[in-house]
Ligand binder design. Structure first.
Ligand SMILES: Nc1nc2c(c(=O)[nH]1)N[C@H]1C(S)=C(S)[C@@H](COP(=O)(O)OP(=O)(O)OC[C@H]3O[C@@H](n4cnc5c(=O)[nH]c(N)nc54)[C@H](O)[C@@H]3O)O[C@H]1N2
Ligand SMILES: Nc1nc2c(c(=O)[nH]1)N[C@H]1C(S)=C(S)[C@@H](COP(=O)(O)OP(=O)(O)OC[C@H]3O[C@@H](n4cnc5c(=O)[nH]c(N)nc54)[C@H](O)[C@@H]3O)O[C@H]1N2
Ligand SMILES: [Mo]
Length: 760
């Protein structure tokens, strides 16, 4: 049987520091996955779940969005996928007795780790106005309360509907339809804090806001540059793909302020050779770049390519590109001193990479949050596109852009219309199919939603998954904003902080996860998801749900829609909730690429969505061509006595869900309140190794943002930068410190100073 949840809160923070590792996965990873699963569920349930992850006919791993190979390995999951599965498939339960025992004020003092350890939510709960405890409520009453608060709004724009990226295509499509029928485009999502910068840059330059490569392309590439990403922890199955690429002859370059173990070496736990021995060396060249130096790096590469004989693919540019002349003029005049200062790299290393590029016919650039969460992220990613276009590395096998997505269906949710700035063509299609006038004004993204709640313009906040208050920046401001609402609603699998920082009234609606069997009166249902490479496939859970009566996300949306829109609304919400195939029929009519959805989804592995730039070198941009762009060369400035802090993930967390207190590859155990600093910077700043300090962020509004008591860890980070974990450091990220154009919080660039430990 599953062990009891811990009663005391074990999140005492006493970090210990050992040596960082130089290889990822291996036997230790296998042991870790089984140990974590064993704490949460019985051996039989463990076997029943882990053998179904990412298999045809099984469920899609709720971990990351990395695609499945055509022939999945019997253990097509990774240590961290297994943790994500165990977190959801746990046999621990939160019942009404738990809420009767613990007042909200007490729960709000618990760590996120403790909250997550309590188990799956089982019943709808209401926190009534002025109440100290959540109390059980029926589903119909819960929907009636939401409908009543929505009806009481002066305008539908007084509500915001957040989505985290695990929501299925069917639930997401129904959800955006409901919000738009209600009359608002306020559909913020986790993408706003994640890959929005990638979407903004790629839509403008290539016409499609998604990656242009498949797994096969990775296997065929000559050169793969991995910039601003830590796949060993966050996309471990990507290491298998990199290993395969490497064996086929690819060169791998990593660009990162930290030497990440997963990129150095990989011991593939799916093969005997990975369980014993040294594993495969992955990175051939490591560029230890300064935080925010990537724009300068790619610009310098472009300058070198332009200067090389035959460096440029002239035929491709002439036929397919726009804006080359202006771009080339700017790139040729790049100032080397500026590049050296911004990147902190020796010029010879940049030249070395340029030589590799010029030797390669097929180049792929992969990236994640290290490129997207900076003030100048959109220009940076545009410059990556310039880099690829220069040598025709878009729209041919083995080459292209590869933004590696986070949440397992975050890309699909956007395809389904979860977007505060929907394309007019999408709204037109929705209008034709459902015969109503969708609102045309843009809605609020995540940051704008917080401002709107703070200012009283949004009064009802509804979250389809996620942990909004912990994942968003400026924790104090965000929490005050949530408290300023009339009603906050969280559709969730697990308890988290967003259930405890609430509006005047609050609802918790428990829901099914990926691993759970979803049976309606018409029989077992499956859902569909889209991975990071535009493959759509089905996902079906098999486990008995945590409690009878828990509704799927789709059912919750449909029943809420009926309650709020009334019996006269012509959309067949009841039909949608009973048979998800009827939703897919509508998706097929509204969303390009989904024709014959219900038939094509039956193919093992699913089907690929069309992608003009990848498939036919057609670029649906405003110019009809692939656009070169001119990007002003900038990099963050770090005044003396300060460092630039990046907030990142440890090996033992999934975003705001903390699985444990170890960051194995980085050699940190038993605690999370650590700040990684280069020993030379530490010496200059007078920081003692192992000592405790407060982190204080500096921003133009002069407001003090402080994160107390972090242990100083000497670590080989690039000079001028520091690193600490999210979400503990979100309190330091100013709400208004966002990326140009994409409005993504600058979670990888927070200017901080160090002060004496205020808790000492
Ligand atoms: N196990 C696990 N898997 C996950 C998640 C998780 O929390 N846990 N989260 C999921 C989600 S939603 C996402 S978006 C992804 C996140 O995946 P990642 O983007 O890999 O996650 P981060 O920990 O934010 O790591 C950012 C990496 O970028 C580097 N970096 C930071 N700043 C810069 C910079 O200026 N330049 C360069 N070149 N590098 C920089 C950091 O050193 C770090 O290696 O993972 C997904 N998968
Ligand atoms: N400082 C800083 N802040 C960041 C980042 C950073 O790097 N630094 N990264 C940003 C990024 S990339 C992202 S994507 C966001 C993540 O933001 P979110 O997606 O909002 O946060 P998560 O922690 O992934 O959400 C976890 C919660 O989701 C619920 N959940 C899990 N599975 C399901 C499900 O199947 N259905 C439903 N309904 N609920 C479910 C559980 O209750 C769990 O507690 O955070 C962002 N915030
Ligand atoms: Mo993300």
């Amino acid at each position: 049987m599953a062990k009891q949840a811990p009663q005391s809160d074990p999140a005492q923070d006493a970090p210990e520091v050992g040596a960082p590792q130089h290889a990822a996965a291996g036997l230790k990873a296998v042991r870790q996955s089984l140990a974590m699963a064993g704490e949460q569920m019985s051996a039989r349930r463990t076997l029943a779940t882990l053998t179904k992850v990412n298999q045809h006919g099984g469920f899609d791993c709720p971990g990351c969005a990395w695609p499945e190979p055509d022939k999945p390995h019997t253990a097509e999951f990774c240590e961290n996928g297994a943790k994500a599965v165990a977190e959801e498939a746990t046999e621990r339960r939160i019942t009404r007795a738990f809420f009767a025992e613990h007042p909200v004020a007490e729960l709000a003092g618990r760590s996120g780790y403790w909250l997550g350890q309590q188990g799956r939510l089982t019943e709808p709960m209401l926190l009534a106005e002025g109440a100290t405890h959540y109390a059980p409520i029926g589903w119909d009453e819960a929907f009636a309360i939401i409908a009543q608060e929505l009806t009481a709004l002066d305008t539908p724009d007084g509500a915001a509907f957040y989505t985290s990226g695990r929501t299925s295509n069917e639930a997401a499509f129904s959800y955006q339809l409901f919000a738009r029928k209600l009359g608002t485009n306020n559909l913020p999502d986790c993408s706003n804090m994640c890959h929005e910068s990638s979407g903004s840059a790629l839509v403008e330059t290539l016409g499609v806001g998604k990656g242009s490569v498949s797994l096969k392309d990775l296997y065929q590439a000559d050169l793969i540059i991995v910039a601003g990403q830590n796949p060993g922890t966050n996309h471990p199955r990507m290491l298998s793909a990199l290993e395969r690429a490497k064996r086929a002859g690819a060169t791998i370059v990593s660009v990162n302020p930290l030497p990440e173990a997963g990129l150095e070496r990989f011991k593939n736990p799916q093969h005997a050779r990975g369980l014993v021995g040294g594993g495969t060396k992955l990175t051939d060249l490591f560029l230890q770049i300064r935080l925010g130096g990537d724009l300068a790096l790619f610009r310098a590469l472009n300058q070198l390519i332009l200067a090389a004989d035959g460096g440029v693919d002239e035929a491709f540019i002439a036929e397919h590109c726009h804006g080359y002349e202006e771009f080339a003029a700017e790139a040729k005049s790049t100032d080397r001193q500026q590049v050296l200062a911004a990147t902190g790299l020796p010029w010879e290393q940049i030249e070395q990479l340029a030589e590799l590029v010029l030797k390669s016919q097929k180049v792929i650039v992969c990236w994640a949050m290290g490129l997207t969460q900076h003030k100048h992220s959109v220009p940076t990613i545009r410059e990556v596109v310039n880099f690829l276009l220069l040598r025709g590395n878009v729209g041919r096998p083995g080459a292209g852009v590869c933004p590696v997505r986070g949440h397992s269906n975050v890309q699909g949710d956007r395809t389904m219309g979860i977007f505060e700035r929907p394309a007019p063509a999408f709204l037109d299609a929705l209008e034709r199919e459902f015969d109503f006038r969708p609102p045309r004004e843009h809605g609020f993204d995540a940051v704008e939603s917080i401002r709107a709640m703070r200012d009283g313009r949004v009064k009802v906040f509804f979250a389809m998954g996620g942990n909004f208050v912990a994942a968003t920046p400026d924790t104090e401001v965000t929490e005050a904003a949530m408290r300023n609402c009339r009603l906050t609603v969280q559709v969730s699998t697990k308890l988290n902080r967003s259930h405890l920082v609430t509006g005047a009234r609050a609802l918790i609606l428990p829901t099914l996860g990926r691993t759970d069997r979803d049976r309606t009166e018409r029989g077992d249902q499956f859902v569909t998801v889209e991975d990071s490479m535009g493959m759509v496939h089905s996902s079906q859970g098999r486990l008995r749900p945590p409690a009878p009566g828990i509704l799927s996300e789709t059912a919750i949306v449909c029943r809420l829609a009926r309650a709020a829109l009334g019996p006269a609304d012509p959309t067949p919400w009841e039909e949608f909730a009973a048979d998800y195939g009827t939703i897919r029929e509508r998706i097929a009519k509204v969303v390009p690429g989904f024709s014959d959805f219900n038939t094509r989804i039956k193919a093992p592995g699913g089907f690929a969505l069309p992608h003009g730039p990848r498939d036919t070198r057609t670029f649906p941009t405003t110019t009809g061509k692939a656009n070169f762009t001119v990007n002003t060369l900038t990099a963050p400035e770090v005044p003396a006595g300060r460092l630039l802090l990046q907030t990142l993930r440890s090996h033992d967390q999934y975003n705001t869900t903390v699985y444990g207190l170890d960051d194995r590859y980085r050699g940190i155990t038993g605690g999370r309140r650590v700040v990684l600093v280069n020993p030379l910077d530490a010496a200059e700043l007078g920081l003692t190794e192992g000592g405790y300090v407060d982190l204080v962020s500096e921003w133009r509004d002069g407001v003090e943002r402080r994160a107390p008591r972090f242990k100083v860890v000497h670590y080989p980070v690039a000079r001028g930068g520091a690193a600490a974990y999210y979400p503990e450091t979100n309190v330091l990220v100013p709400l208004d410190s966002t990326a140009e154009i994409s409005n993504t919080p600058t979670s990888k660039a927070v200017l901080i100073r160090f002060e004496a430990d205020s808790a000492a």
